[in-house]
Design a protein around this ligand. Structure first.
Ligand code: FMN
Ligand SMILES: CCCCCCC(=O)C(=O)O
Length: 411
């Protein structure tokens, strides 16, 4: 215990159970800005309806892959170098030809209006602000129109696609995004059907009235949790729109619809990465959908080295899944990721404080990354490589307050 009586590991006051990083200052009664990404999770959990919180947090099945994504970071330790002149650290880089302020971006997530009224408009403003200028991958199930987003974005916008049964709708969506100035297409390839997300069923998740997929022009509206048969309303909804027959030969059709670069999201193996690179794909996102699809699939940090090796520099490799600290970003970059994408933490920021909250989450990750680069003696992104890392026993008990206790217990 410290002099203040605060537990040095958890940061929690053992008497009141409050966390000085997230809880109100009794002197001013104003909630101080959280000091960690996890602090935003705590605020979001308080502010969101339970069904929405569980939709955001949930993974598939036993949620073993959700946990594996985090555990993988704890198993890798850093080997700092010293006397490296870190008076200036440069985080700027480029992605698919566009300059960005930090090697970060927002992963595609459906329906940001579940988190705050401005929805994806708040997200793209946040991603463009505070010198970040980082990309947002906009879900095809976004709750705001591409045109609204393009009017507000100062960072690059990429459009995420699911392979819809209705190819005519897919073509229209691609053309609209292209006309609005989107810079890339990201085809999600890990979702021929939705994973078994038990929390959605348990909590009866459905879209509240007024929230819909605004770019699908009435093709996809709300859906109700209208059965008590143990099935997921969202999964049934997905089955109605997503075509599970997607295969390698379909990529040609998509290529013919657009001149935009095409990125595949959801690749986890050297075999698929090599095939994609051989076909001239413009980028790969190593992703297991935040543990929401195949329960038991490999952690993304663990899959990254084999994908990077198989691609052999033919296209950039990105990663998402479990990024919660600047040191997580550093580890992924050291293993060859060009940039990383952040999922749930952005929703936590939006739920906590709209655009400002999302911006604070992204800024916190950027600032933590800069600290980590300086302290590791690597002032530039070009100086990052696998020699920065050592594999060892997992770090001691995690101090990660963002982890919902329910998530540790499993469904
Ligand atoms: C609420 C929610 C909605 C999501 N919606 C989509 C989506 O529409 N399309 C997609 O490709 N991935 C979607 N994902 C997966 C994310 O893009 C990303 O792979 C994952 O969240 C990264 O893990 P993290 O949340 O641990 O950062 C969603 C994830 C969440 C949590
Ligand atoms: C028909 C709606 C499907 C939305 C799926 C969003 C998603 O990918 C997620 O993980 O949730």
């Amino acid at each position: 215990m410290t002099d203040t009586g605060t537990d040095p590991v958890t940061g929690t006051d053992p008497v009141t159970g409050t966390d000085p990083a997230t809880d109100a200052d009794p002197a001013t009664d104003a909630a101080p800005r959280p000091l960690t990404v996890g602090g935003y999770a705590a605020l979001a959990k308080d502010r969101l309806p339970a069904a929405t919180w569980h939709y955001f947090q949930g993974g598939a099945g036993t949620e073993s892959t959700v946990r594996a994504n985090r555990a993988a970071y704890r198993q890798v330790r850093l080997r700092p170098r010293v006397l490296a002149d870190v008076s200036r650290c440069d985080l700027s880089t480029t992605v698919l030809g566009d300059p960005i302020g930090a090697p970060l971006g927002v992963a595609p997530m459906a329906y940001h209006q579940l988190a705050c009224a401005d929805g994806e408009v708040a997200t793209v403003r946040a991603a463009g602000g505070s010198g970040l200028r980082v990309p947002t991958i906009v879900s095809i199930f976004a709750s705001r129109t591409f045109e609204d987003l393009a009017a507000e974005a100062t960072g690059p916008l990429w459009l995420q696609l699911y392979w819809l049964h209705r190819r005519d709708v897919l073509r229209t969506v691609v053309r609209r995004a292209e006309a609005a100035g989107f810079r890339a297409l990201v085809l999600t390839v890990d979702t021929p059907r939705l994973g078994r997300r038990l929390r959605e069923v348990r909590h009866g998740f459905h879209l509240p009235p007024g929230i819909a997929a605004r770019n699908l022009d009435g093709e996809v509206t709300g859906f109700l949790h209208d059965r008590q048969d143990g099935s997921s309303a969202l999964a049934r909804h997905a089955d109605a729109f997503i075509d599970p027959s997607l295969s390698w030969s379909d990529l040609d059709w998509l290529r013919e619809q657009t001149r935009l670069p095409l990125v595949l999201k959801g690749v986890l193996t050297a075999e698929d990465a090599a095939r994609a690179a051989g076909l001239g794909i413009d980028g790969i996102v190593v992703s297991n959908h935040g543990g929401r699809q195949l329960d038991g699939s490999v952690a993304t940090l663990d899959a990254l080295p084999e994908v990077v090796a198989a691609v052999g520099g033919r296209c950039p490799v990105f990663l998402d899944g479990g990024i919660r600290h600047g040191t997580d970003v550093l580890k992924a970059l050291a293993l060859g990721a060009r940039a990383v994408f952040v999922g749930r933490p952005v929703l936590w920021g939006l739920a906590a404080d709209g655009e400002a909250g999302a911006r604070e989450v992204l800024t916190l990750l950027r600032d933590e990354l800069e600290d980590a680069m300086a302290l590791a003696g690597r002032p530039s992104l070009a100086a990052l490589g696998p020699e920065l890392l050592a594999r060892g026993p997992a770090a001691a008990a995690p101090n990660e307050s963002y982890e919902d206790p329910d998530l540790r217990k499993g469904p």
